[in-house]
Design a protein around this ligand. Structure first.
Ligand code: UDP
Length: 243
């Protein structure tokens, strides 16, 4: 799968079907943990600040076009035909795939009541899904060995990490070599909050018109610090194209 550079980061040439095909291959044919991270305009500025995180993104097995800005920029700069793959939709589609194929999943992250409610919602939507284990995201560091042991004992092949970025990326970097059965690890940020209903996803109109960022800004004005980067990103993309 082609990987396109967009300013300071990259994004993979994929759409939902191709991303899901890759996940199936990773689980069926892989012999190591494959990482799936979300690429978006904000991370274009935060990720390169940390060389270790930057390398993790560079070496990720799938960098999904989670943000509309990355999709538009890659298509414009490189003439690509990438379609947006929102991380929260990919996660739910991976659950459907796992239900059909019998893959076992483990869910680590979010507050206890959110994690519990999200798992309940997944069981309701996917009655045959094998949820091999779950853990809230507020575990003391000295309990990590115990968690790794539980993940291994659960024989989960897919691990969803909902610790927020970059905590989830650092967690997998540190622990991936100790995970015996996990073949796919997706960083899912705040997806469990959406599944649990504690955070509303933008209505379809905003998603379809590429304005999900605007809806989220209206719903959570404190995101302004992150989203202030969007106009800078757009201006830099235009400069890049014109140069
Ligand atoms: N979180 C967690 N442990 C922590 C810090 C955060 O489990 O130590 C969870 C938090 O409860 C929330 C998610 O990580 O469910 C972060 O969501 P956010 O929307 O900020 O993710 P991002 O925008 O980074 O994808």
């Amino acid at each position: 799968m082609q990987r396109y550079p967009v300013l300071n980061l990259w994004v993979d040439d994929c759409d939902m079907d191709r991303a899901l095909n890759r996940v199936g291959e990773f689980v069926d044919k892989g012999d190591r943990v494959h990482t799936i991270f979300a690429s978006n305009p904000e991370k274009n500025y935060s990720v390169p600040k940390n060389p270790f995180l930057y390398k993790m993104f560079q070496e990720a097995d799938l960098l999904i076009p989670d943000g509309i800005g990355m999709v538009m920029a890659a298509n414009w700069i490189h003439g690509a035909s990438i379609k947006r793959v929102p991380g929260c939709e990919l996660m739910q589609n991976i659950c459907s795939l796992a239900e059909r194929r019998g893959y076992r999943i483990f869910i680590y992250g979010a507050r206890e009541e959110v994690n519990d409610a999200a798992v309940g919602e997944l069981m309701r939507r996917h009655p045959k899904l094998k949820i091999a284990g779950r853990q809230n995201g507020y575990l003391d560091d000295d309990k990590t060995d115990e968690l790794v042991r539980r993940i291994n004992e659960s024989k989960a092949q897919i691990l969803f990490l909902a610790l927020g970025s970059p905590k989830q990326e650092f967690w997998i970097a540190k622990n991936r070599n100790r995970l015996h059965h996990v073949r796919v690890c997706q960083g899912i940020g705040g997806t469990l909050d959406v599944l649990a209903g504690t955070v509303n996803r933008a209505p379809e109109f905003y998603c379809k018109t590429g304005l999900e960022w605007f809806y989220r800004l209206m719903a959570e004005p404190s995101r302004i610090g992150r989203q202030i980067k969007l106009p800078i990103f757009a201006a830099q993309v235009v400069m890049k194209k014109l140069m």
